[in-house]
Design a binder for this molecule. Structure first.
Ligand code: GLC
Length: 751
């Protein structure tokens, strides 16, 4: 939909009706419904005349919000619908829309809904200085002004740093007008295209190839309040098992079994902390899901249990494509049940992925999701702890668009449709099947599922990684804004392949990447070293383990991971916060300091929770850097030097140093280094207390058993530490909440 010229706008309103439920505006071209869901959330839904578009969402969940009081005013040729926080004005003459928040901020001005062929879009005027964040998994800058972007889940192995779109589609934007935030979500699973003019200009546009214009607008004031609403609307991640916060080591692929055992032994012999080892596709027999390669892995239960004894969890990969092979039980049961993606003529679609020709389960069918979920029983029974669902855009080799045909047919849980409609939610529905299956099989256990493809709301089912990045410095650099925007879009448990997937990391790149990676929410090294990934000689591929680069580098890499394990009590506490508030683990500075305009575009620094600021080195051969400290006092985490914020400083960063700062006034729960999370059980919590100028500090620690849902029944412990008094006479108090016993606690006043 290139410009207003070639489109048909909603146009003059010929009739409007207002009921308890909604206000409906009808024009010659279509119908617009306006529904206030809460005093600060409104939904606008427009369909073209004659269009039969089911009103259902894969992203939005029941919120329990109370319906707000709404005032309706007719003024001149406009109808104004308003709550205490938001107003929507529809011009009866033009059908154009204006949405204002209570402080008169124009959220959408001169907005026009228009259709072009099957496509639908919204064009509006955006203030010249508004910043836009979120928008899901994206390369490019943190602020999305001046960019075009698409939503169409795309497998692009070894993607360049300009690649758009990528694997996941989350059409949500967090907008900032100075310190004031609002959000919008265009809930439409067809391909979407968005375009925002650069700062200083006003054009804004989003279009979808088909379906309804289904727009949720959230106006709540602070960015954290908007994220709270957004994650109420589409759900939050549930608390992961503690081990999933540990370091994870992956390669395409570790095999045979002896190699896996050797990797595990090396971690322990070299005292490099690690919790998880991955088995990529080559553990399977001919890449058949839910099988094991008989020669490479002759005794999976023994291997998994031996790894467990060494403190490792095993995570294995499952792809959606089910190999066509007579007698293979997964294939046979799928074929018989018939819930597969079909060609337009009704025959099952068959296309190649790793195993050769495959059927594709139709995960938009509840029966299929249930069938898929049940297969995990075997893997759970033999002790596998986590599941990695890949290729779920879905990727199809040698196919136009590298995916299913656009006219392929899905059942859609009673609302059938084609691939254009279901492409962007295929991965989400796959991990939904996985997670719901795991929950049914082990109801009191927390589960870890990792996905590559997703739509808005997928955080309810899985963590995400950013796919097949490259082993180069630009890919390291973009990982920061990518993860920040991912977190702002609701997917807080995310990380890239540390060291890069495609290509070869230099020792320095790997070391710098692991330094910052130790603070990523999801902390996993992964790299490609398989014949199919383009390496002619698998034995000649340089390895990418923390010890791969010689003793000196190994020491640096060990120290990086030791920092993660020291900070785990704090990280876990921050993760627990997301499940209640939607605030991401890894935060852009503006999220904590919206009043400070200097934070608006900082994309090479970030906060973990509210108390630790990290300014990593992202360039080769650089041993110091400039960084911005927000207002207040900050402590250099390593030297304890107290620094005045609200200004730029230069931090020195020799190769073994990650510039890291603690907020004055915070108390950060830590622990001594352990080799895996299971070792921490009886070790004391060590509070690092960083007093502010008045010698005050406050901090929180969250603890529970780290594995089960007992915490939802009150079996957790939340401790609040408060510091007062003076340097000479410090006073600390610890207050506890919840029924869990928790670990012993020690207090260190760090400065
Ligand atoms: C895909 C995944 C990658 C994996 C490979 C083999 O490229 O993104 O992480 O290693 O497939 O399974």
């Amino acid at each position: 939909m290139p410009s207003r010229k070639n489109t048909t706008p909603l146009g003059p309103i010929r009739k409007f009706t207002i009921t308890e439920e909604k206000a409906t505006f009808r024009s010659r071209q279509g119908t617009l419904d306006v529904v206030f869901l809460k005093d600060d959330v409104v939904r606008l839904r427009a369909v073209k005349k004659g269009q039969n578009e089911p009103d259902r969402s894969f992203a939005v969940i029941p919120t329990g919000w109370d319906k707000p009081e709404t005032r309706i005013t007719v003024r001149g040729d406009s109808v104004i619908l308003a709550t205490s926080n938001l107003s929507v004005r529809i011009s009866l003459k033009t059908g154009r829309i204006r949405i204002l928040s209570a402080d008169r901020t124009d959220l959408f001005r001169n907005a026009e809904i228009a259709w072009s062929g099957a496509g639908v879009g919204l064009i509006w005027k955006m203030p010249k200085d508004r910043h836009i964040y979120g928008t899901g998994e994206r390369t490019g800058p943190l602020d999305k002004r001046g960019t075009r972007m698409a939503y169409w889940n795309t497998d692009r192995s070894g993607y360049p740093v300009e690649q758009d779109p990528l694997y996941q589609s989350i059409p949500f934007a967090l907008c900032m007008d100075g310190p004031r935030a609002h959000g919008f979500f265009f809930d439409n699973t067809f391909r979407q295209d968005w375009e925002f003019s650069p700062l200083g200009k006003t054009k804004a546009k989003m279009t979808a190839d088909d379906g309804a214009l289904d727009l949720y607008v959230m106006a709540s004031g602070t960015p954290s309040a908007v994220l709270e609403r957004w994650t109420e609307l589409t759900g939050r991640m549930s608390l992961p098992p503690l081990w999933a916060l540990g370091y994870q080591q992956c390669k395409w692929s570790y095999y045979p079994e002896s190699v896996v055992r050797d990797i595990a032994d090396q971690f322990r012999q070299r005292s490099i902390p690690c919790d998880v080892i991955y088995l990529d596709i080559d553990y399977m027999d001919a890449y058949k899901d839910f099988t094991w390669h008989p020669e490479r892995f002759p005794d999976p239960p023994k291997l998994v249990s031996d790894l467990r004894d060494q403190g490792f969890r095993t995570v294995v990969m499952l792809d959606p494509g089910v190999k066509v092979e007579e007698g293979y039980d997964v294939y046979e049961t799928l074929k018989q049940a018939g819930f597969v993606v079909r060609n337009a003529d009704g025959t099952p679609f068959i296309g190649p992925v790793w195993p050769g020709d495959c059927l594709f389960p139709d995960f938009t069918d509840a029966a299929c999701r249930e069938w898929w979920g049940k297969w995990y029983k075997g893997l759970l029974d033999l002790g596998v702890a986590g599941f990695w669902n890949d290729m779920n855009e879905p990727a199809v080799f040698d196919a136009p668009g590298h995916s299913l045909p656009l006219d392929a047919v899905f059942s859609g849980d009673g609302y059938p449709g084609d691939h254009r409609r279901f492409h962007n939610i295929y991965g989400m529905q796959m991990v939904r099947g996985t997670t719901e299956g795991l929950r049914a099989l082990r109801p009191d256990q927390r589960h870890f599922v990792l996905t590559r493809a997703a739509y808005a709301g997928t955080q309810r089912y899985a963590a995400a990684w950013t796919g097949d990045n490259c082993s180069d410095w630009p890919s390291l650099r973009i990982s920061i804004p990518m993860l920040l925007n991912f977190g702002l879009s609701g997917q807080a448990f995310c990380g890239p392949d540390i060291g890069g997937f495609a290509g070869t990391a230099t020792p320095e790149l790997f070391a710098r990447w692991l330094q910052v990676g130790a603070l990523y929410p999801f902390c996993r090294t992964h790299y490609a070293a398989a014949p199919q990934s383009g390496h002619p000689d698998i034995n000649a591929v340089p390895t990418q383990e923390p010890w791969s680069y010689g003793d000196e580098w190994e020491e640096i890499n060990r120290a990086s991971l030791e920092l993660r394990y020291k900070l785990l009590p704090y990280l876990y506490t921050v993760f627990e916060e997301i499940t209640r508030t939607g605030m991401p683990v890894m935060r852009p500075l503006f999220l904590q300091y919206p009043d400070d305009p200097k934070t608006a575009c900082i994309e090479d620094e970030f906060l973990i929770g509210s108390d630790l600021l990290c300014a990593p080195i992202l360039d080769e051969g650089r041993y110091s850097r400039e960084l911005y400290l927000p207002k207040g006092l900050w402590y250099d985490y390593w030297s304890g030097e107290c620094l005045e914020g609200g200004r730029k400083i230069t931090a020195s960063a020799p190769i073994d140093v990650l510039p890291l700062f603690a907020r004055a006034g915070s108390a950060i729960p830590t622990q001594d280094v352990v080799q895996h999370t299971g070792e921490a059980v009886n070790k004391p919590i060590v509070w690092q207390v960083w007093p502010d100028s008045g010698f005050k500090a406050i901090g929180t620690l969250y603890e529970d058993d780290g594995e089960t849902l007992a915490y939802t029944r009150g079996d957790f412990k939340r401790t609040t530490l408060t510091l007062s008094g003076t340097k000479e006479n410090p006073e600390t108090s610890l207050q506890h909440e919840g029924g869990y016993t928790g670990r012993p606690q020690e207090i260190v006043i760090a400065a």
